[in-house]
Design a protein around this ligand. Structure first.
Ligand code: GAP
Length: 431
């Protein structure tokens, strides 16, 4: 982890939030490469689960919702962590993160556990007496339930169908830790999939297959993934069944994505609390029903962390250590680097002009500083799948070499062929 955290900072993937002020615990900033990586993850997810499916629509709802939403959803009542304080050093811990009954830091005596609500409070409004207390959403999905009727009446969706949303969520985590794994501000990619109750098991199984395949499609090693089935007694307040996809991080196995059967809990709760009918008119059965919900809920930041951990590799090449981020080309932040062999003899100008053309099609990088071998290594370290080198032959016949990151093999092709070559290997599109 230490090597990865340092690479992320050095190369501009991830910085600590407000670093010059000493940082904010549990908040992180994605730098120039990190933002591209994260965007690719979200775009690929959207492409795979929303754009190319006939049974899905999207939503982008506000982060701040009516405070009653969180009463109805059960979060005010039940979104708690049990905390213990150390009587000696005064540090606070989540009870389920403490082994035994003594303080993990100093061995001191611990207090009895107390419930602590994990939602982040905020006040809406400018004057002290009229401002309303509400929360920053702790999960994106509640807006999907609250807007369910709107989506049904403004589109032609028919059961079974899903509504997807990608966006920020906030949790006042007691112990943010393991880099971006447990943060206080993070992003989720959530789907609420509405179906008839008698189909719930089939859809649950289908979603297990679909979410597993997507992690493989973005390049995560299958050997580092496993399922975890939550025992009945530890299910969240809304869940009838939950399984998690876990990834083997350097610090141990951790949840990447949850898949829950929420039954009709949320729509029923919001109907009760708002007084609005949130049922669906089932034309096949000619009756109003409250659909069952299967919910695949993934963390963007945790997926990014798994991708980073999985991609990191070191190998010996000609007596030197080569650090290479083996990102799947689909989600690599930079798709191709343009590197003239030397700066002189017009090769730099030719390279700059070529890179400007490619930049309009996919993210590129231009570099003419230093020996070509060192420039290749710099691109390996940030996971750029293709390096295009312009040399003296380029001036003669318009051909360049294309070096592939993992094999380091080079092939020659005409400059006119490069864009299509790279695009074909890096685009989201698949059969
Ligand atoms: N709507 C269901 C829900 O929010 P969850 O298991 O609490 O379920 C879903 O969260 C996903 O959100 C997790 O699998 C994880 O990837 C991500 N997530 C949850 N808490 C997080 C945190 N504190 N930091 C980063 N990601 C988090």
């Amino acid at each position: 982890m230490d090597k990865l955290v340092s690479l992320c900072k050095r190369k501009g993937f991830i910085y600590q939030s407000s670093g010059i002020y000493g940082g904010v615990n549990g908040c992180w900033d994605f730098g120039p490469l990190g933002v591209e990586l994260k965007r690719n993850i979200k775009d690929d997810w959207w492409y795979n689960f929303v754009r190319t499916r006939e049974d899905m629509v999207g939503l982008d709802a506000s982060i701040i919702m009516h405070p009653q939403v969180w009463v109805a959803s059960g979060h005010v009542e039940a979104f708690h962590d049990m905390l213990v304080d150390c009587k000696e050093c005064k540090k606070r811990f989540r009870q389920d993160h403490v082994e035994g009954d003594r303080c993990p830091e100093c061995g001191g005596e611990l207090t009895e556990p107390k419930a602590f609500n994990s939602m982040l409070r905020t006040r809406l409004g400018v004057s002290d007496d009229t401002a309303v207390e509400t929360y920053l959403r702790p999960e994106t999905c509640q807006a999907i339930f609250v807007d369910f009727k709107e989506v049904c009446s403004s589109t032609r969706v028919k059961l079974p169908f899903g509504i997807a949303q990608v966006g920020k969520s906030f949790r006042n985590e007691v112990n943010p830790r393991n880099f971006i794994f447990r943060s206080r501000e993070f992003e989720q990619m959530e789907i609420e999939f509405f179906c008839r109750q008698e189909e719930e098991e089939d859809w649950f199984a289908q979603w297990q297959e679909d979410i597993w395949s997507w992690f493989l499609a973005i390049g995560i090693s299958e050997s580092k993934l496993r399922w975890y089935e939550h025992p009945k007694e530890s299910l969240a307040h809304y869940s009838k069944r939950t399984v998690d996809v876990e990834y083997e991080f350097p610090f141990g196995w951790g949840e990447l994505q949850g898949l829950a059967n929420r039954g009709s809990y949320d729509l029923t709760q919001h109907s009760k609390h708002s007084g609005k009918d949130l049922s669906y008119f089932d034309q096949e059965k000619n009756e109003h029903i409250v659909p069952t919900v299967i919910e695949p809920s993934a963390g963007v930041d945790r997926t990014a962390l798994a991708v980073l951990c999985d991609a990191y590799d070191e190998e010996e090449v000609k007596g030197e250590t080569r650090v290479v981020m083996r990102f799947h080309p689909r989600i690599a932040p930079i798709k191709a680097a343009v590197l003239p062999l030397v700066k002189k003899d017009g090769l730099a100008e030719l390279g700059e002009e070529f890179e400007r053309k490619l930049r309009k099609k996919f993210p590129t990088y231009y570099d003419h500083a230093g020996a070509i071998g060192r420039r290749y290594r710099r691109m390996d370290e940030v996971g750029t799948p293709f390096c295009i080198c312009l040399d003296y032959e380029t001036k003669e016949n318009g051909t360049v070499t294309v070096r592939e990151r993992d094999s380091m093999e080079q092939s020659r092709m005409h400059m006119d062929e490069v864009a299509a070559f790279v695009q074909q290997r890096t685009s989201f599109e698949r059969d």
